[in-house]
Design a binder for this molecule. Structure first.
Ligand code: GDP
Ligand code: IMO
Ligand code: MG
Length: 422
């Protein structure tokens, strides 16, 4: 399989967790490169639904090593809770998890600042997951963050934490929020730190040694291309590089060690949170929600839904250098007829083939649609491409051609087996 970067080609929640789980069968190591517990990756394993937030989805399969790389922001309390939750469900976590000591920490003041900033933004809020991700990456870029390596040195950590809490309490007071207790945070973080100690270390060296030994690595992207801090619909984005480059910088593996990029996209479009979504369609969303589909894995919020947007995915294909496409949730379209596909945008009378940089302009883009016939049949039980209805095959070929990369996987249900390798 070689070294594979898997990224979301849309606005997150493309079904990356499910595809990672399928590809993990052939990988030795699974790596999270960026993001934090804003991610929610769903995997159905032995009939049980798991939602992974910080731990790579590979943890569910025995014999696979999971790495949380330098570029991830870690809430130690949330990570320990996730580990405990997995263990309760019978998942082994010991020498199969490594955590970079360079990864930055998410602290309680990050979560409070995230919440306060959103409150103050009012109707122009980002719609964050309120996990403190933006403020944590903000501290990292400002070079005032605390890292796992600090947490591993209790005396040093307490000293740095005290100064940080003092500073952040005055900001929180100015925002009208309650102050944070140094004592409580210090105690709970140091306790979590002790639980994480056996897993912390230099993951860069580990990954490079593994590469030298010919191990195959799967880089599990979090979020999606249009939530990327540099390439997404700014400011309605997350605070990390969710695109393929982030899979190199986050874990410290150079580009020429990567062999392929798999882009995951839904057969339609969804977004959770605010910001432009040109193909949004409320009726289509209602239909999916009535089926119990498209509720966020992290926050439970109803996802906004729309038609497949080929302008967006074509751009994603370019930024990420997507070699292969995995299309998920094909079955979401099983009852829809006709099916619309956005082939271009119209803005102020002009046709656009790439999304504009400005979020307000993107918001004003009117989709130009092509209409394709639906198949009006269940695709859930198809296991080979040839078993799909002719209209479904035509639809897949059409959206992949517009996106600009060959189709390699089709997903027709959440379970591992509901997968077609093309
Ligand atoms: P991720 O963040 O990209 O890993 O995606 P999420 O797990 O947040 O959301 C994807 C949702 O779609 C989850 O509920 C998955 O179980 C589900 N899912 C993935 N692929 C399919 C599919 O092909 N069909 C159906 N019905 N559900 C799917
Ligand atoms: P996975 O990995 C979908 C969205 C939030 C919000 C914006 C910023 O499961 O695909 P943040 O909390 O990161 O500051 O929020 O990004 N967002 C996601 N949307 N899937 C995710 O992760 C997301 N992670 C963040 O809803 O719009
Ligand atoms: Mg998700």
């Amino acid at each position: 399989m070689a070294n594979t970067i898997l990224i979301g080609a849309q606005w997150g929640d493309e079904g990356k967790g499910k595809i990672i789980d399928v590809l993990t069968a052939r990988a030795d190591i699974v790596v999270r490169s960026q993001g934090g517990n804003n991610a929610g990756h769903t995997v159905i394993h032995r009939g049980t639904k798991f939602v992974l937030h910080l731990i790579p989805s590979g943890i569910l399969r025995r014999g696979k090593i999971c790495v949380i790389g330098n570029g991830v922001v870690i809430d130690p309390i949330a990570l320990v809770a996730e580990m405990d939750g997995l263990r309760r469900l019978g998942i082994k976590i010991d020498n199969n998890l490594l955590i970079s000591d360079c990864a930055h920490l998410v602290l309680p003041y990050h979560r409070l600042l995230d919440e306060q900033r959103e409150l103050r933004k009012g109707h122009v809020k980002i719609g964050t997951t309120k996990r403190g991700i933006g403020p944590a990456y903000g501290d990292k870029a400002a070079r005032t963050g605390l890292r796992i390596s600090d947490l591993m040195q209790p005396i040093l950590f307490s000293k740095k934490l005290q100064a940080k809490i003092r500073e952040n309490n005055s900001i929180l007071a100015a925002l009208g929020a309650e102050p944070i207790s140094f004592r409580e945070v210090n105690e709970s973080y140091l306790a979590a730190g002790e639980k994480l100690r056996p897993f912390a270390g230099n993951t860069v060296v580990y990954l490079h040694r593994a590469l030298e030994r010919g191990k195959e690595i799967l880089f599990e992207g979090a979020q999606g291309t249009f939530l990327d801090i540099d390439h997404g619909t700014y400011p309605y984005v997350t605070s990390s590089n969710t695109t393929a480059g982030g899979a190199c910088t986050g874990p410290g593996v150079p580009p020429h060690r990567m062999d392929r990029v798999v882009g995951v996209m839904k057969a339609y479009t969804t977004r959770v949170g605010e910001g432009p979504l040109p193909t949004e369609d409320r009726q289509f969303a209602e239909m999916l929600h009535n089926l119990g589909r498209e509720f966020g894995a992290t926050t439970g919020r109803a996802r906004r839904c729309g038609w497949f947007d080929a302008v967006a995915t074509r751009y994603a294909c370019m930024i990420n250098g997507i070699d292969e496409l995995a299309v998920t949730n094909l079955d979401g379209l099983d009852t829809v007829d006709p099916i619309r596909v956005c082939v271009a945008y119209r803005l102020s009378g002009k046709r656009l083939d790439v999304p504009p940089c400005d979020a307000a302009q993107l918001n004003n883009c009117e989709p130009i649609y092509a209409e394709l016939p639906g198949w009006r049949k269940s695709t859930h039980s198809a296991r080979k491409f040839s078993q799909l209805p002719a209209a479904a095959k035509d639809y897949l070929k059409y959206i992949c051609k517009l996106t600009g990369a060959p189709l390699s996987i089709v997903s027709v249900g959440p379970a591992r087996g509901q997968t077609i390798v093309v």
